[in-house]
Design a protein around this ligand. Structure first.
Ligand SMILES: Cc1cc2nc3c(=O)[nH]c(=O)nc-3n(C[C@H](O)[C@H](O)[C@H](O)COP(=O)(O)O)c2cc1C
Length: 170
């Protein structure tokens, strides 16, 4: 599979089989995260991988779709603890964590697993549930597991709506 094949295969999965994810697959997925680029090579990402059923149910309960996400083999809680702002004015934490999460998502897709980014969740409650220190920010959650549905193609803007060359021309 080419990288574009994997990108086309990935979709936001909201229906999972209640099936454990093999450790070798988790290892490969988090190796993909570990190799992600980051600002100043800070590697300011920390992942709490929730696989324990009771804890997973509790984490799912602070998202917008508890019954769907609790079935996933894992919920990844992706954190950052640097407040570093780049010269361009953007915070590195959410950007770096997001790149690593997309590595996770694509590596998972290659292995026949599926993911869903989860931004609709109560970060404070997630922190309390996992004893995450106050100075650490929970950036995003991601469900990860064996899909119980077929993949789906989503609609996207046409290339000319998102791309121009040499000057702003939208
Ligand atoms: C930063 C981010 C946050 C998202 N948050 C949620 C969410 O809270 N719940 C959800 O069901 N999907 C969430 N999604 C999934 C998007 O709805 C989905 O990526 C988009 O509709 C495109 O569909 P696709 O991923 O299947 O291609 C999120 C995606 C991103 C990138």
């Amino acid at each position: 599979m080419s990288i574009l094949d994997i990108i086309q295969k990935r979709y936001s999965c909201r229906s999972y089989q209640e099936k454990e994810i093999e450790q070798d697959k988790l290892d490969r997925i988090f190796e993909a995260a570990r190799l992600a680029p980051s600002a100043k090579n800070f590697q300011d990402w920390r992942f709490v991988v929730v696989t324990d059923k009771d804890v997973k149910n509790k984490i799912a309960s602070v998202t917008n779709r508890p019954p769907l996400f609790e079935k996933a083999g894992a919920i990844i809680v992706a954190c950052s603890n640097k407040e570093y702002i780049m010269q361009c004015g953007q915070a590195v934490g959410p950007i770096d964590v997001s790149i690593a999460l997309e590595h996770i998502s694509l590596q998972a897709a290659e292995l026949g697993l599926a993911t869903c980014w989860i931004g609709s969740f109560d970060a404070q409650k997630a922190k309390q549930l996992l004893n995450i220190p106050e100075d650490v920010t929970v950036i995003e959650l991601m469900s990860l597991g064996y899909p119980a549905e077929k993949g789906r193609q989503n609609t996207r803007l046409a290339i000319e709506e998102i791309l121009c060359y040499n000057k702003w021309n939208f």
